[in-house]
Design a protein around this ligand. Structure first.
Ligand code: SF4
Length: 298
C-alpha cells in the first residue's frame, strides 16, 4: 500500500472533515488513529523512508555546490546555519535551525537534488526544516518523527481533498500555507498536544497565509520560494506554540481550508504560478528572468 492510499482509506468520502477526524481521534493522537483505522503496519516504515529523504535534502542543501537552473541560489541555508550555529540570530536555536534547514532543502530542490515533495516540491523545505530542528533540539526519535509525518500527511490530504495543494490553482497559500499547517500539526503532536490543539495549530498557520501570491521569478522555484519556505517553517512553529499554549482559532480548521480554496480560486491568473505577477513582475524580477532565459547581454 502507498502512503497516499492509507490516507484516502481514512478520509473516506470526497469531502473529508479534519474537524470530524479530530473528534474521532478523541484523546488518541491523529497518527495513532490513522494507524489503527488502516491497520497498515508499513505506513510508519514508509514515513521513515521519507524522513531519510528529507534529512538528505537538508544535508545536500547545506553541503552542495551544484548551481541552480536560474542561478538564484546563493547557499543561504549554509550561511544562515553557520550564523545560527555560532550563537547568532534573534530567533534562538529551534526556529533558527528550522529556517536554516528549510532554506537548505529548498535550495536542494532548486539545484535538481532529491527532495520529498511534501506537500509539493515548491514547499518541500518546511517539513524537513521544522522536523529536523525538533529532532535535534528536543531529541525526538525517528519513530516520533515518522508518526508526526503521518499526522502531517493527514492534514495535507484533507487540504488536497477540500481545497488544493497547488500554487497554480490556489496561490502560495496552497503550497507554503499548507506546508506550514501540516508542520504545525506535526509539531503539536510531537509536543504531546491534543488532536484538538493540532487542528487549531493547522488553522492558525493556514489562515495567516490566505491570498498569498504564487509569483516565481522567471517561472523557476527559486525566488521567492526558497526564502518563503524558511519563513513558513518559523510560522509553523509559531502556530504550534500558540495552540500548545491554549490559543484557539476562532474559525474551525475545515472552514479555514475551505476559505483558502475559495480565496485561491479567486486569485488573478497573474499570481497563480504564471510568473507574470507579484515579485516576478517587479523590474528586478523581470531583469532576472531575462538574464535566466536569454542569457547575459553581449
Ligand atoms: S511562490 Fe509559487 S512556486 Fe514558489 S513555493 Fe509558492 S506556490 Fe510554489
Amino acid at each position: 500500500m502507498e502512503s497516499g492510499d492509507a490516507f484516502f482509506e481514512v478520509l473516506g468520502d470526497a469531502r473529508p472533515s479534519l474537524d470530524g477526524l479530530i473528534g474521532r481521534a478523541g484523546e488518541a493522537s491523529l497518527s495513532s488513529m490513522v494507524l489503527e483505522d488502516t491497520g497498515d503496519t508499513t505506513l510508519l516504515e514508509m514515513m521513515k523512508v521519507r524522513w531519510q529523504v528529507m534529512r538528505d535534502s537538508v544535508r545536500d542543501g547545506l553541503e552542495g555546490d551544484v548551481p541552480s537552473a536560474g542561478g538564484m541560489v546563493h547557499r543561504d541555508g549554509r550561511r544562515y546555519h553557520r550564523y545560527v550555529s555560532e550563537g547568532g540570530g534573534l530567533l534562538g536555536p529551534l526556529p533558527g535551525k528550522a529556517a536554516a534547514y528549510a532554506l537548505a532543502a529548498s535550495e536542494c530542490n532548486a539545484c535538481m537534488g532529491r527532495v520529498c515533495a511534501a506537500p509539493t516540491a515548491g514547499a518541500c523545505g518546511v517539513l524537513p526544516g521544522v522536523l529536523l530542528a525538533m529532532a535535534e533540539e528536543r531529541s525526538h526519535s525517528d519513530g516520533d518523527i515518522a508518526a508526526a509525518l503521518v499526522t502531517a500527511g493527514l492534514v495535507g490530504s484533507v487540504i488536497a481533498a477540500r481545497a488544493s495543494l497547488s500554487g497554480a490553482e490556489g496561490g502560495c497559500g496552497a503550497e507554503c500555507g499548507s506546508a506550514a499547517a501540516m508542520g504545525a500539526a506535526a509539531v503539536v503532536e510531537l509536543c504531546r498536544g491534543t488532536p484538538v490543539a493540532a487542528g487549531h495549530a493547522a488553522a492558525l498557520a493556514l489562515k495567516s497565509f490566505l491570498g498569498l501570491a504564487c509569483d516565481p521569478v522567471g517561472g523557476l522555484v527559486e525566488v521567492p520560494c526558497i526564502k518563503r519556505n524558511a519563513i513558513a517553517a518559523v510560522h509553523a512553529l509559531s502556530a504550534a506554540d500558540l495552540a500548545l499554549a491554549g490559543v484557539v482559532s476562532a474559525i474551525p480548521v475545515d472552514e479555514v481550508i475551505d476559505a483558502m480554496g475559495a480565496v485561491g480560486r479567486s486569485l488573478p491568473e497573474e499570481i497563480r504560478e504564471t510568473g507574470r505577477g507579484g515579485v516576478a513582475a517587479s523590474p528586478t524580477g523581470k531583469a532576472i528572468a531575462r538574464r535566466v532565459h536569454e542569457g547575459p547581454a553581449e
